[in-house]
Design a protein around this ligand. Structure first.
Ligand code: IMP
Length: 200
C-alpha cells in the first residue's frame, strides 16, 4: 500500500493518539504538527465550527505543505440560543477551566426546567490538501443539561450532559462507549468512510 501522511492540526496529545490509531488501518500515517515543526497555535476567530476547523487546517497546511486535518467542537444549548457554541472552551472567559465554564452554564440555566434544557454537542472535521481540495464532515450528539455533575470520565461539559437513552451523563460512559455515540466519533466515522475511497 502506498504510504500516505496526514498532519494533525492540534497540540492535544489525546486527540493525536486517537487519530493515529484510527488512520493506521487505512495505511495513513498521522503525525502531530509539533512532530514536524515548532509553530504557534493560530487564533480561532470563526463564527462556526467549520470555519474554525478550516482556519486551523489551512494555517498548518501552509506551513508544512502536507494534507492537514483539524477538528473544532463545542456545546450548543437550545434555551441559551445555541450558546456557548464556538465559545465553549472560553465560556467563562479566556483560559477558563472546565469547572468555571460548567458553573456558568448551570447559573445561566437556573430558571430553566429540565425538559427545556435540550443541548447538543457538535464537531466539524476538516481535511485540507495542498492542491486546494478539502473533505469536511460533521457530527452531533443530543442530550440535556442536568443541574448537578455525575461521572468522572470525559472532559469539559460531560458530567452535566445527560443522555436519555443511557440514563447516564456522558461522563459516566466508558471512553469506548462515548466514542461510538459522540459528535466527534460520528464525524470521524464519516471522514474515515470518505477517505477509504478518496483519491489523493
Ligand atoms: P475542542 O474543539 O476540542 O477544543 O473543544 C472545544 C470545547 O468544547 C472544549 O473545551 C469543551 O468545553 C467543549 N467540548 C467539545 N467536545 C466536548 C466533549 O466531548 N465533551 C465535553 N465538552 C466538549
Amino acid at each position: 500500500m502506498e504510504h500516505k501522511k496526514i498532519v494533525l492540526a492540534t497540540h492535544n496529545k489525546g486527540k493525536i493518539r486517537e487519530f493515529k490509531e484510527l488512520l493506521k488501518p487505512l495505511g495513513i500515517e498521522a503525525v502531530g504538527i509539533k512532530e514536524l515543526m515548532s509553530i504557534e497555535e493560530p487564533e480561532e476567530t470563526g463564527s462556526t465550527f467549520e470555519e474554525n476547523a478550516r482556519q486551523k487546517a489551512q494555517y498548518y497546511m501552509k506551513a508544512c505543505q502536507l494534507p492537514c486535518l483539524a477538528d473544532d467542537s463545542g456545546l450548543l444549548v437550545d434555551a441559551l440560543d445555541g450558546a456557548p457554541g464556538v465559545y465553549s472552551a472560553r465560556y467563562a472567559g479566556e483560559n477558563a477551566s472546565d469547572e468555571e465554564n460548567n458553573k456558568k452554564l448551570v447559573r445561566e440555566l437556573a430558571d430553566v426546567p429540565f425538559e427545556k434544557r435540550m443541548a447538543h454537542y457538535a464537531c466539524s472535521l476538516l481535511l485540507t490538501f495542498p492542491d486546494g481540495r478539502e473533505l469536511v464532515t460533521f457530527g452531533t450528539c443530543n442530550g440535556y443539561i442536568q443541574e448537578s455533575p455525575e461521572g468522572t470520565n470525559g472532559f469539559g461539559y460531560d458530567p452535566y450532559f445527560y443522555l436519555p437513552d443511557y440514563k447516564k451523563t456522558m461522563a459516566q460512559l466508558l471512553p469506548e462507549e462515548k466514542n461510538k455515540i459522540s459528535h466527534r466519533g460520528h464525524a470521524i466515522a464519516t471522514l474515515l468512510k470518505k477517505l477509504a475511497t478518496y483519491n489523493w
